[in-house]
Design a protein around this ligand. Structure first.
Ligand code: GDP
Ligand code: MN
Length: 380
């Protein structure tokens, strides 16, 4: 789950990382009021779940309340790479002397958290990594040893920060960021830029914070931060129903049991010359309600032209899945053609059930490739 900048900064604040004072605003009037409360110069910041807002015109400085209101009017409603701006973070403006970059994320290869730090912050970190890789200091934290103070020093000296006062503040922030990463079950904590102000204060000016969905049960307060408006309606419905759903960009809707089979199904659809509109993972089950839920979500996506149902029965019995499909189709009307491939435990019985009772828009295929070809053909 990705957090908005203002939410990430709230978590930063909880672990002691210095952030600027700010207020949330959903209208130009609220932006004005926020600027009045904060006093002085403010920065008006689009709250969207994507980066590069500055370049897209989503971050603007304002000299006071009136200008804050005007800038808010410009930014609200803006489309930043498919994300419409509905909320603004109005923050007391900082005088920036230097922009650094600090992050901690998972290095899955090394199976350890990885810190990255550079004094060349502010810009795209991918650019720094490509153009001057030596400027980007990388350091793993062994979870069994835990964080050690020397690790912060190595990052700081490695990046060439010379000022002792800066060194001290950054060392504290590195440790606090690690604490935030572990304590909040994060997958990414990124500060870009980590600024040094004109008077030597180090502070997080931005936040990119991703929390592991699977750990949200441990953090009810963070789970509540989820903004349902930030997701398309079918994704929201899937979450409410506990269905795993991923939106893609083609025209074949996919239902499979198990994430591995869903991935393979995407590949086979591509091999057949088509593209998936989305996919749902039925998990281990295939009962009628599960099928109804998944079909409702899949067909809620207007890009879907055909549906490919791909189930391999290991522990799952495919005859039960076939009964689930039939029952689901008696409970709901689906206009789209549905191609079904059931293989594995009790597949013959499943095929008999379907050919005896399935509606005319259901096509049963024996192999995954034939099913994919048929689904692609029917989506054309
Ligand atoms: P991003 O573009 O989505 O990464 O948004 P950021 O929060 O990182 O802001 C982008 C840039 O706007 C920063 O790198 C700064 O250069 C500038 N900026 C943001 N806040 C302030 C501020 O308080 N004062 C000044 N002078 N510039 C700011
Ligand atoms: Mn940034």
């Amino acid at each position: 789950m990705d957090l908005y900048e203002y939410q990430g900064k709230e978590l930063f604040r909880r672990v002691g990382i210095p952030v600027s004072d700010g207020r949330l605003a959903a209208s130009p009037e609220e932006a004005r009021a926020a600027a009045e409360e904060l006093g002085g110069r403010v920065v008006v910041k689009a709250q969207v779940l994507t980066g590069g807002r500055g370049k897209a015109g989503g971050i603007k400085l304002a000299s006071g309340p009136e200008e804050a209101e005007a800038k808010a009017r410009e930014i609200l409603g803006l489309d930043i790479r498919g994300h419409v701006v509905r909320k603004l973070w109005i923050e007391a403006a900082s005088e920036i002397a230097k922009e650094y970059y600090l992050s901690v994320t998972f290095d899955r290869g090394a199976k350890m958290p990885l810190f990255m730090f550079t004094t060349q912050g502010g810009v795209d970190i991918e650019e720094v990594a490509a153009s001057s890789p030596d400027a980007l200091v990388r350091l793993h934290v062994d979870p069994f040893e835990g964080f050690q103070p020397w690790q912060a020093r190595r990052l700081i000296y490695g990046a060439g920060v010379g000022d002792p006062e800066e060194q001290r503040q950054i060392a504290a922030i590195v440790e606090q960021l690690h604490r935030a990463f572990v304590e909040f079950d994060a997958m990414l904590c990124e500060i870009n830029p980590l600024i040094v102000t004109a008077d030597g204060q180090v502070r997080a000016l931005d936040s990119k914070f991703t929390v592991d969905d699977n750990a949200l049960f441990r953090h009810p307060d963070i789970a509540e931060m989820r903004d349902p408006d930030a997701y398309p309606p079918e994704e929201r419905a899937a979450r409410e129903k506990g269905v795993t759903y991923v939106k893609l960009h083609g025209s074949v809707g996919i239902l499979a049991n198990g994430a591995g089979l869903a991935m393979s199904t995407l590949d086979v659809v591509a091999l057949a010359g088509g593209r998936a509109a989305n996919f749902c993972d039925l998990g281990g089950g295939g009962d009628a309600q599960g099928v109804v839920d998944a079909l409702e979500i899949i067909t809620g996506d207007p890009q879907v032209r055909s549906i490919l149902f791909n189930v391999f029965g290991g522990i799952t019995r495919t005859d039960e899945v076939a009964r689930g499909i039939l029952q689901a189709l008696s409970l709901m009307t689906i206009e789209h053609p549905i191609v079904v491939r059931l293989d594995g435990t009790n597949a013959e019985e499943a095929h008999e059930l379907l050919s005896a009772a399935a509606p005319a828009n259901v096509y049963v295929e024996k192999t995954m490739l034939d099913a994919a070809r048929r689904a692609v053909e029917l989506a054309a």
